[in-house]
Design a protein around this ligand. Sequence first.
Ligand code: SAM
Ligand code: SF4
Length: 440
Amino acid sequence: MATNTVSRTLPRALKRARWTASTQQTRRVATAAAAVDYHDPAPAYIPPPPPPTNTPSRAETIRDAKPFSAFLTDTHARQHDYLRISLTEKCNLRCLYCMPEEGIALSPPITQLTTPEIIYISQLFVNQGVTKIRLTGGEPTVRKDILELMRRIGDLRSAGLKELALTTNGISLWRKLDSMVEAGLTGLNISLDTLDPFQFTLLTRRQGFDAVMKSINRVQEMNRAGANIKLKINCVMMRGLNSEQLLPFVEMTREQDIEVRFIEYMPFGGNKWSENKMLPYEEMLAMIKAIHPEFHRVPDRTKSETSKTWQVPGFVGRVGFITSMTEDFCGTCNRLRITSDGNLKVCLHGETEVSLRDLIRKDHGGEPMDDVAFDAIRQIELDRRKGMNGELSGGEEGWMSKERQLLEFIGAAVKRKKERHAGMGELENMRNRPMILIGG
Ligand code: SAM
Ligand code: SF4
């Protein structure tokens, strides 16, 4: 076993959690998922060795020395180094605030990005300086090839990707979690709007509370074994529906090292938003302070943090607020979004979209890119980097100009990004996709 690898005995002596660190902080937690008993007590814990000093790799050093990509910088000097990719329109829940009551008609499968297309787009953005990719949906875990996708996106660490995160409803996460961490998962946002199993069914129009809790418990168990997954619970607060859950969620942070984030309810196509149902940040603060008068603001983790972080003194965990409706965070926005049908969306609340899919497929007679086409492009790129090519052949030139075209197309869309999104009053009347078709 490598010297920087620690193994420990987990329940039934069948699971092994390994924490392996490379200079790029690559982590592996391997367990035999089939043998897990989630009710076992926490395993004896042997702390992992301290991570090695975070010496940048040669690729990172070269990259950091370069100015940030002009294509991903907008006219307000915002540098977009965070990409959110929606993997599917499908979902195994029907949350009231996300899915129109009548449901959504699924788009024909051919309209959805293929795995090679998602990898190609991810690679394109990482090469331009994106350091964080979040996979979302719909429900990303229902995509059949989610693990292969995560492995291939995880491989982009060698090109500069630092974080691979997932936003999920947690229903089937626990089954796939170990392999996801193995693939390079570094962060998880699990959506849960109530701690009451009966209310869960009302809010999501489906069963599944126990499965979500099982996923949360499993993440925490893996973190105790050194997996170091950043875990947040996302909770959309709606007056008169789940607002009485605010304090139970705060209570959860008393002993658990967890961040619960309350999200202001936002209007999207077909979700019957009303201002009255939205519980604003200030009101949530007042409700918490009435019970915990010492509740106070703590420093946010990053300058582009969308969440305002608070804590009850003496509590281990933290509470975040995502105040998109009452106090936007447009000034420091560093995100871009790709919808599952391949549209680039520069703002969550903007209706403007451009299709990267159509441009990628243009010279393929509109056909989706498959692995054969993907491998051919990769080979061209590898050869080019090795300087093996001499002259470019017609096909190679075609693909490189395709990359240039895509970057110019992306750059033009980024330059059109507005300084801030519309405010309340306007937002509810704007046309936008239902949230399930955007990816939160
Ligand atoms: N299915 C996954 C999940 O639920 O986490 C990922 C997709 S979901 C669209 C992403 C996030 O958007 C979730 O945390 C969800 O709570 C949030 N969301 C959906 N509709 C919303 C709305 N109308 N207002 C605020 N947040 C919303
Ligand atoms: Fe599905 Fe997530 Fe939307 Fe709920 S919030 S319906 S889990 S996509």
